[in-house]
Design a protein around this ligand. Structure first.
Ligand code: PLP
Length: 378
């Protein structure tokens, strides 16, 4: 199997796997139990919180464990109607933000969906226009999952806070955490979502950073775990594994980043060498390393995906099968791409474990697809 869908999920790192196994086998106590075995599980939980906080410049009490990025995002958007009666988000968010935002809009709350430019960037003027002096809940993703655009979060958060000091700024950083340096204080955000399986940790675990003093309502009520904010017995093994994965990716960030960039360069050069015609969607200055949304000349994106799949090579497309017109990527549409360009696009996302050999295999089959398409066109 050759894997180029690292924006969808990643392989677990060795340290994350070891951590998961060790705690699952030896420290399966309930952290709420008051005997020693439970207390030791609680210590591992708090150690994990400290590790994660340290990786993003937060205080440990500001980290709340959740089951995934989707849960963290939903927790935030569900606050509309409590301290904040209106919200602002963008047209290119993940559905974990978009759908709850649309639900709030359907319930009658005023929600603005900001447009983006051809690179997928939110303009400062666009956000400014939506601000009215009322306290708002604003959510803008840090790094887009389809095209890799990295927003100027620090500037956007400043604009929002300047408009009203009671306004809060959330960023969905699911694609960014563990890949680019993040400091919540420097970013100036009040909340930040992350998910372990995007940074070589296990699935089914994530966290939400909530700045001290930013008074969110609890998301799940029950046994009072996570400072009564998110009840449910904590998955200590997954949490520790997530912490070790993040620590490992953060420690090795510059090496991993350099390798991903090298692989990306090698892929683009190999495509050019084979005279395969393509353009990168959203190829601005602020694209994350490793997320390549590529429009191939005269290709059918789904056709390419299916052909690669027959050879056990994994990539993705913005439009999910069946009915293209209904499922075309909302991100590429918001960037103003034509339907035909969207249909010829695929996402190739490179991760820390990809090698030149993987790329040689990928390019070999892309070239075969191009050759078949050319014959079919004759
Ligand atoms: N936000 C972004 C930007 C994502 O890319 C994803 C996953 O693809 C999510 C949220 C949802 O994360 P999870 O799969 O952990 O629920």
């Amino acid at each position: 199997m050759v894997y180029f869908d690292n924006a969808a999920t990643t392989a677990m790192s060795e340290v994350a796997l070891d951590a998961l196994m060790e705690i699952s086998s030896n420290q399966y106590g309930n952290p709420s139990s008051i005997y020693g075995f439970g207390k030791r599980a609680k210590e591992i939980l708090e150690k994990s919180r400290r590790i994660i906080a340290g990786c993003i410049g937060a205080d440990p009490e500001e980290i709340y464990f959740t089951s995934c990025g989707t849960e963290s995002d939903n927790w935030v958007m569900n606050q509309i109607g409590s301290a904040w009666n209106s919200g602002v988000t963008t047209m290119i968010e993940h559905h974990a933000i978009l759908y709850p935002a649309k639900k709030k809009a359907a319930e009658g709350y005023n929600i603005d969906f900001l447009p983006v430019d051809e690179y997928g960037m939110v303009k400062e003027g666009a956000i400014q226009k939506t601000l009215t002096g009322e306290p708002k809940l604003v959510s803008v993703m840090l790094q887009n999952n389809e095209v890799g655009t990295i927003q100027h979060i620090q500037n956007l958060a400043k604009i929002v806070h300047k408009d009203n000091e009671k306004s809060v700024f959330h960023t969905d950083a699911v694609q960014a955490v563990g890949h680019i340096p993040i400091d919540v204080k420097t970013l100036g955000v009040d909340m930040l979502s992350a998910s372990a399986h995007k940074f070589n940790g296990p699935k089914g675990i994530g966290f939400l950073y909530i700045r001290k003093g930013c008074n969110l309502q609890a998301f799940i009520l029950g046994g009072g775990q996570e400072s009564k904010m998110r009840s449910g017995t904590e998955s200590v093994a997954s949490i520790y594994s997530m912490a070790k994965a993040l620590e490992d990716n953060t420690t090795n960030m510059s090496t991993i980043h350099a390798n991903v960039l090298l692989m990306e360069k090698y892929l683009l050069e190999s495509l050019k060498r084979e005279d395969i015609q393509f353009e990168i969607n959203g190829a601005g200055d602020n694209r994350a390393a490793g997320i390549l949304n590529i429009a191939f000349d005269n290709f059918d994106g789904e056709g390419l995906l299916n052909m690669l799949d027959m050879h056990d090579i994994c990539i993705s497309v913005g439009s999910a099968c069946n009915s293209k017109s209904q499922n075309r990527s909302h991100v590429l549409q918001a960037m103003g791409l034509s339907d035909s360009r969207i249909d010829s696009s695929v996402r190739i996302s490179i991760g820390r474990y990809n090698t030149e050999k993987d790329i040689d295999i990928l390019v070999k089959w892309i070239k075969k697809y191009r050759d078949i398409t050319m014959i079919a066109d004759l």
